[in-house]
Design a protein around this ligand. Sequence first.
Ligand SMILES: Cc1ncc(C[n+]2csc(CCOP(=O)(O)OP(=O)(O)O)c2C)c(N)n1
Ligand SMILES: [Mg+2]
Length: 543
Amino acid sequence: MTQTLRGADIVIKTLERAGLTQIYTLSGNHIMSLFDAAIDSKLQLFHVRHEAATVHMADAHGRLTRNPGIAWVTGGPGHANAVGALFTALGQETPMVLLSGHTETDQLGKGGFQELKQVEMAAPVTKASWMATDTRTVGMEVAKAVRIATSGRPGPVHLSLPSDILDPSVPEPEIVWPTEADFKAAPVGLSDPAADAVLSLIAAAKRPLIIGAPVLANRPGRDLLARLENSLGVPTVISEGPRSFNDATLGRYFDVARQADLVVLLGKALDFTLKFGEAPWFQADCKFISLDPDGALIDRAVQFKGANLVFGTVADTYPAGETLISRARTKGDTAWLSDARAAFADRPASMATVVSKTEGKLHPAEVFRTLSPYVTAHKDSVVILDGGEFAQWGQAMLTNDRRMINGVAGSIGGSLPMATGARTVEPAAPVFAVLGDGTFGFHMSELETAVRLNLPFVAIVGCDARWAAEYNIQVRDYGPNRTFGCELNQTRYDLVATALGGHGEVVEKAADLAPAIERALASGKPAVVNVMIESIPSPVIRR
Ligand SMILES: Cc1ncc(C[n+]2csc(CCOP(=O)(O)OP(=O)(O)O)c2C)c(N)n1
Ligand SMILES: [Mg+2]
């Protein structure tokens, strides 16, 4: 008798064959066949408390490993909940795949159960979004999703899997299985003549600057940029912050940008994070080079810069960087390089010394001065920094090569699930999440996920009883008498952790923080260190 397989079995076997065995998921009617098919497979399911968390976990997986993170959610509302989180993965160029259940195809347009235009809904926040329509080829569709997510400029991909594609069985001989090649696209390299042309333009410039894409904001990317900087003698920077030249991570970035006479965009889109390349942020006659996986973004850069976009070619970011390194012959001006390095590293002197003026509260700088040695104590530490003012202090003061931020999308809330997801791929080193008290509310229930699945990390929460980033916008734009609606209760978020089975610490004095962090790490549990802080605007460095 001919063997048959369900669509769901084909999906599971396809993921297994690709070695994509860690699945971040939240169950639902449409995808229970996937759960069933996963029994006795190599797949490991991390079952979470909100669909957005599946995406944030897959995002952390994708950024840390450069292999696609895989999220499964149910159709309709499950899909809708997941979609918002894709925006962050899109901005950070994370390879990941969202597989969403979907109403039966024969119910489409008839008001089917949880029927929703899922493909259209995910399209603006993905590289590609479509629905599978044939059980026999569903494995090919999964492979295609992986291929698109990982090729060119990586990013999230969405594939909807209708129940009447997953549930029916088909005879094995009719199944079209993907080959290894179907999961990968050949990288697009930078040709030697193109690399040489770029290198001569760099050699002719006085103050060249290489600006790297968010896809480089991981250990391999930082290593690539460091080697590029050393072999060319040209300063490099990763532009991944929505605060543009006020990115707390990058010191006097604005000072470097405005002096540059040539900017090489290494996979970096010319967008709002670079003020579209405009003066006075850049010199009006600053030249630009765009090396980009996507020709459309080079065309867009031409629209902004006209003749000042002096060279552009399609190339994938990592291979392009490697080719530039391998063909480097001359070194740039060492004074410019060291000035730029000093500018990026510049921090207000007060950061090293400032202390709280308020009884029962710490200054954010005290928090990160204390936390920093615990991050650097282990070479593989992972740090996830969320948005908001407190986390900006963290961004300014914590440096390690496995740090992740909310990034270009500027979306708050992902750090707790991201830390949980990071622990699924980093078995031993400390994992820290840094977030404000408002942000803590987004995904606090994932602490239960982390406890249940034994995925410990330490969350450092800056509790200033305020949505401070927005409060500070009110003060700046409308005046100190026009602040409105941005207050929160001073809350014992540490007790949330304890209630959910984790470890909690509340800290009100600077001297108590280090022992609290140590106890949190030693607990081996998901932990919240809830630090009562003064509400201080982010440390933007302007001179
Ligand atoms: C998804 C999303 N919603 C809202 C915002 C706007 N936003 C940015 S920072 C912020 C305040 C964050 O407050 P908190 O987490 O307490 O950090 P704080 O700024 O107080 O340190 C808000 C509401 C956003 N960036 N993303
Ligand atoms: Mg706050």
